[in-house]
Design a protein around this ligand. Sequence first.
Ligand SMILES: Cc1cc2nc3c(=O)[nH]c(=O)nc-3n(C[C@H](O)[C@H](O)[C@H](O)COP(=O)(O)O)c2cc1C
Length: 326
Amino acid sequence: MPIATPLTSLLGIRHPILLAPMDMLAGARLTMAVSDAGGFGILGGGYGDRGWLEQETAKLRSFRSPFGIGFITWSLARRADLLDIALAARPRAIMLSFGDPAPFAPIRDAGARLICQVQSEDMAKQALDAGADILIAQGTEAGGHGASRTTIDIVPAIVDLAAGRVPVVAAGGIADGRGLAAMMMLGASGVLLGTRFYASVEADGAEEAKRRICAAKSGETVRGILFDLSRNNVWPAPYTGRCLVNDHARRWMGREVELLQQVNAVAADYAAAKAAGNFDVAAVIAGEAVGLIHDIPPAAEIVERIVTEADQILLGRRNSAIAAQA
Ligand SMILES: Cc1cc2nc3c(=O)[nH]c(=O)nc-3n(C[C@H](O)[C@H](O)[C@H](O)COP(=O)(O)O)c2cc1C
């Protein structure tokens, strides 16, 4: 059964499930798989690699289902030309995360919806002022970059602030139908999933990284600046990154100042480990949902499972309410 919400009507999709624009892991193949399954695939434009973006958007030119393209806002601000490449692929929406979306009005002028991922009420107000059509409320459980507030705190706060003007989507720690149903109870119109789709057949990630996500238990991720320091990629405040705990994290956690004193040597070792696919050192970017993820199915199966489970939970609630009234 499709679960209809203001989000599904706005984007013209069957299921209220969005693929997070995971930098380069969410290529055209995964984007199309999620959209073909009735969700909304969002290509991971990330920091903005022009060659990669041209190559992946070319594959989407003749794709008929609705899809989006996502960027890291502060990085796009330095490479604004990339927006033209993205808009030329005629996405139904552009998603911006991490920074002020105000300079990107051409997105809406070009007929695409503007989706903004936010981590606080102030950021949500800024996004609404910039004309956001959809807000993603991201909790600290999320894989990758984010901030400190929990999903159960930030989602209803942003739902209240939006006050029905735009749909609010929940992100951070959601990987199954229970998560979708719970977020709808909090007033969300849908969910955005990163880590769950990383462990899918179509994600452009290393098989070893996917295997580690399946093997990780709940609580085996860490949020901080350790991995950004190690790859010489320092983000503006208040953003930190969440990854699986590995040998490198165990070695340096709590010793970031010491790491900074020898950052060039650490960064060289880190880059070599990354190139060699050594995930004892290189980060597997993943969120707290890892404890719920045990397999690597096709993306369509993930969408189907989540919708079926959420529908059963929501139907069960409706039936109990009717029985209680009778
Ligand atoms: C591997 C990975 C890469 C990510 N890269 C990006 C990115 O490039 N841009 C972005 O806006 N968000 C990125 N995110 C964060 C997602 O937008 C989203 O907030 C997060 O995945 C939701 O939490 P979850 O991982 O628990 O599903 C990434 C997340 C993961 C797991």
